[in-house]
Design a protein around this ligand. Structure first.
Ligand code: NDP
Length: 449
């Protein structure tokens, strides 16, 4: 069951389906925004007259290119890479690069589209963009990853710049990959431009707390949602899907705030550890040894590994989806609600299907959409850009405090906007409208761009 759109918005949506065939995830992300912004067009009819929605839904520029590279055995591989420069009304395009075999234009466009609103919500001067490749890094040696990154940057570098487009990491792209990408950019341009990439190592221009930022931020957002309900994370039982960058640091912050995370996952299965996830062990397996999650159960006998299991079946007070898009469907949402889950904060982008979101909203679960809840990563990337621009380097505590303050502000903006537009407590409405208005106002001021 989908929410009905007004005639005008339905017309816009049908046109988007026609102009972007086969891009399912992009359609889903656009539809979600259109379903919430009806009241904005009533209040500000000039936005419809100026065709702001149609303009926002069409990327400013889309770059698709070939990435040839050679594996360790001398075999040649050809991958496809993308950079979608979606909207630069608020600042240079900003958004991560994803390396995963499922990547195609529809995924990069959904991510880039959401990034516009997310970046606006941070209050920082950054536009929205996203990129990636269908390259599968699993099982590849360091040397293969390096050659791939170098080949990709050999084309991408000409489209980047501190004032133009500033990529970062995402699924499959962490500190190692950003390092190789930055090294190749420097080599090609003969310029040490720290501000062209974020997520860099701390020893060459990266920001402290950037690695932790997305996961920590999603937990700060959860904390704010609970505060409104006179509650906290202390003593609560939680689930965190995934076991990558976002998941690991979400678990870390939950533990610091007194919650117990009893399950996490990867694409091979689910770990259930009743005594709480042993974070040092998880980091060792995922960040150092780069192994599959089953290694966790081998090292910790009381933990149970379920191959291809469903993490959402584990009873919990709160859940943080931190793996990938559409990982939590309507049936999973119903299971979570039936088991007493009271809060969802999305570390991943669009992890809940539209059906799941409806179930959470109807059940009055505190639901924090990724656009708002995982904005801490890109916000801290913008802090990295600030440090690079002033050739400065801040302490961990200072950077974490800034992140915390930004997440509190995002929560407040979303909460107040939802109330202003007649749907108190609905953070989907709050995030979409608040982000949309910030971008729209800038676009209106700049004329027909
Ligand atoms: P990582 O590559 O570090 O980790 C991804 C995790 O999710 C891994 O455990 C991976 O398992 C799992 N996963 C990925 N794809 C699938 C899939 N198709 N099915 C099941 N499991 C899957 O990525 P991140 O932690 O950086 O990103 C996770 C999510 O957070 C993404 O949605 C990303 O867009 C979002 N995000 C990330 C930000 C960041 O700063 N990194 C910022 C904002 C949002 P496996 O290893 O088995 O593939």
């Amino acid at each position: 069951m989908t929410v009905r759109l007004s005639e005008k918005l339905e017309f816009i949506y049908q046109d988007i389906l026609k102009r972007n065939p086969g891009e399912q995830e992009f359609h889903q992300a656009v539809r979600e925004v259109l379903e919430t912004i009806g009241p904005v067009l009533v209040k500000y009819p000039e936005l419809a007259e100026q065709k702001i929605i149609e303009r926002i839904c069409e990327p400013e520029r889309q770059i698709i290119f070939r990435v040839p590279w050679m594996d360790d055995k001398g075999e040649i591989h050809i991958n496809r890479a993308f950079r979608v420069q979606f909207n630069s009304a608020l600042g240079p395009y900003k958004g991560g690069m994803r390396f995963h075999p499922s990547v195609y234009l529809g995924i990069i466009k959904f991510l880039g589209f959401e990034q516009i609103f997310k970046n606006a919500l941070t209050g920082m001067p950054i536009g929205g963009g996203k990129g990636g490749s269908d390259f599968d890094p699993k099982g590849r040696s360091d040397a293969e990853i390096m050659r791939f990154c170098q080949s990709l940057m050999t084309e991408l570098y000409r489209h980047l710049g501190e004032y133009t487009d500033v990529p970062a990491g995402d699924i499959g792209v962490g500190g190692r990959e950003v390092g190789y990408l930055f090294g190749q950019y420097k080599r090609l341009t003969n310029r040490y431009e720290s501000g062209i990439l974020t997520g860099k190592g701390i020893h060459y221009g990266g920001s402290r707390a950037r690695t932790e930022a997305t996961g920590y931020g999603a937990v700060f957002f959860a904390e704010e949602m609970l505060k409104v309900r006179q509650d906290s994370l202390e003593g609560k039982i939680g689930l965190v899907s995934g076991s990558g960058n976002v998941a690991i640091y979400a678990i870390e912050k939950c533990q610091q705030l007194g919650a117990k995370v009893v399950a996490c996952s990867d694409s091979s299965g689910v770990i259930y550890d009743e005594q709480g996830i042993d974070l040092a062990l998880l980091k060792e397996i995922k960040e150092v040894r780069r192994e599959r999650l089953s290694a966790y159960a081998q090292a910790r006998p009381q933990a149970r590994f379920t191959k291809e299991g469903n993490i959402w079946q584990v009873p919990c007070d709160f859940a943080l989806p931190c793996a990938t898009q559409n990982e939590l469907n309507g049936k999973d949402a119903q299971t979570l609600v039936n088991n007493g889950c009271k809060l969802i904060s999305e570390g991943a982008n669009m992890p809940c299907t539209p059906e799941a979101i409806r179930i959470f909203l109807e059940a009055k679960v505190a639901y924090g959409p990724g656009k708002a809840a995982n904005a801490g990563g890109v916000a801290t990337s913008a802090l990295e850009m600030q440090q690079n621009a002033s050739r400065d380097s801040w302490s961990f505590n200072h950077t974490e405090q800034r992140l915390h303050e930004i997440m509190r502000n995002i929560h407040k903006d979303c909460y107040e906007t939802a109330a202003e537009f007649g749907d108190p407590g609905n953070y989907v409405v709050g995030a979409n409208i608040c982000g949309f208005l910030k971008v729209s106002r800038a676009m209106l001021s700049m004329g027909l761009i």
